[in-house]
Write a protein that binds this ligand. Structure first.
Ligand SMILES: [Zn+2]
Length: 142
């Protein structure tokens, strides 16, 4: 059973642009809707990214807005999950904190934008990973 994720390119371009211009983690809430068929989730439709106030460092981000306030503000759309960057990553994958935060929020979808350190004369290497409703034991956690 697979779940499709639909996300407008302009939203991803906007996120990547912010993340590449930032020395610290960039964080956004993914807003949209879930489509179910026969009560089974088949599609995650992302319609907006809300950038909350945060305190961020290179390895950590503290969101200063409460999930329930965001939920209220975006209704009738849903708070589906979040996306954040790992600038100048030192490892590949997600952190235990990332997995815990995702589980705590009950995120349907979760994305991490890896940005490797820029090497002289080379194009910067990046990768965007999506995680869909993955319980802790099934994703690569470090
Ligand atoms: Zn992270």
């Amino acid at each position: 059973m697979s779940v499709n994720i639909t996300v407008p390119n302009r939203l991803l371009r906007g996120f990547k642009k912010r993340a590449l211009a930032s020395d610290v983690e960039v964080f956004g809430f993914l807003i949209g809707n879930l489509i179910k068929e026969n009560n089974i989730l088949t599609r995650i439709v992302i319609q907006a990214i809300h950038y909350p106030k945060v305190l961020a460092t290179k390895g950590e981000v503290n969101v200063l807005e409460k999930d329930r306030d965001v939920r209220r503000a975006v209704a009738p759309m849903l708070l589906l999950g979040s996306i954040h960057s790992h600038p100048d990553i030192e490892y590949d994958g997600i952190s235990t904190e990332d997995a815990k935060d995702g589980a705590r929020r009950g995120e349907a979808v979760f994305a991490v934008y890896h940005i490797w350190p820029k090497e002289e004369g080379k194009k910067r290497f990046t990768r965007l990973d999506w995680y869909v409703g993955a319980p802790l034991g099934r994703v690569k956690v470090r």
